[in-house]
Ligand binder design. Structure first.
Ligand SMILES: [Zn+2]
Length: 277
């Protein structure tokens, strides 16, 4: 952490303690604004609120932790609307973003700089009909989850692979943000990417998904929701925002020898796949 950034955090902590306006840039570090610091150690100024509901989504948490960078809010709105356009059904249920000034919020170690948000998985019933998600349902490697125990036994849900894949794809293609991570459990990651291949999706987008879909270490496995983290807003990195993760080769020019075209990607994946006996 740089000295100037440490200084800013110190100032922000003192000022927020005094209930003054952290939404204004500090006169001492005027460039430290927006998403400041790391997702798990930072703050947010100039917050943008995600409305309670919009096309294809609804917020399910109490107000107060529904703030993000403009890019995050626009990305949520874009991706939810895109899924709704392609496969209309029950809305995407949105969990916490960040607090109005960022910083620590209950139940999360990150979500501090306006670059994180949780999505409850889209669900179907056992017959494949789309149904509203019923809270934080844990899904196993077979894609099934127990929503709750009813009077007549267990109520099962199935992870809606079609709509959850459309969400992953829309997030990767959103013009407003660059996806750093979509945290999800390893078995669900496998189901989603296998589904995408079976559906004949462009290997390039599947390869990107295989990179950003990730089961985090030192955290819950994320078998009941996606956790989206986006990159620092363009131009802010180095001034105030700290990425805290990979900058993917398809987002910025790199000197590494990464495949570029779809056919090269397909060859790359084939070469990397261990043939089954
Ligand atoms: Zn989260």
């Amino acid at each position: 952490m740089t000295y100037r950034f440490s200084l800013f955090l110190g100032i922000a902590a003192v000022v927020s303690g005094a209930m003054a306006c952290v939404g204004s840039p500090s006169p001492l570090v005027p460039e430290a604004r927006g998403s400041v610091g790391l997702p798990y150690r930072g703050v947010l100024t100039e917050p943008v609120a995600l409305p309670q509901q919009g096309t294809g989504y609804v917020r399910i948490k109490p107000a107060g932790k529904h703030y993000g960078t403009r890019a995050l809010v626009q990305t949520i709105e874009y991706a939810a609307a895109e899924v709704q356009r392609q496969r209309p059904g029950p809305p995407l249920q949105i969990g916490d973003l960040s607090g109005p000034y960022g910083g620590r919020i209950p139940n999360h170690s990150s979500h501090r700089t306006g670059r994180d948000v949780d999505f409850i998985f889209y669900a179907t019933d056992l017959g494949g009909a789309m149904v509203p998600a019923q809270g934080w349902t844990h899904y196993g490697a077979d894609g099934l989850g127990i929503a709750h125990e009813g009077k007549h036994g267990r109520i099962y849900l199935r992870m809606d692979l079609e709509r959850n894949w459309l969400l992953v794809k829309a997030l990767l293609q959103a013009p407003t943000a660059n996806v750093m991570w979509l945290f999800v459990s390893n078995p669900l990651r496998a189901l989603l990417t296998e589904y995408a291949f079976a559906r004949g999706e462009d290997p390039l987008i599947v390869w990107q998904a295989e990179n950003v879909l990730h089961q985090p270490r030192n955290s819950l496995p994320h078998d009941d929701h996606f956790h989206l983290r986006i990159m620092c807003p363009e131009g802010s990195e180095g001034l105030a925002c700290e990425q805290g993760g990979p900058v993917w080769p398809w987002l910025t020019p790199v000197t590494l020898d990464w495949p570029e075209s779809s056919s090269e990607i397909a060859t790359f994946i084939e070469a990397a796949t261990i043939p089954s006996p």
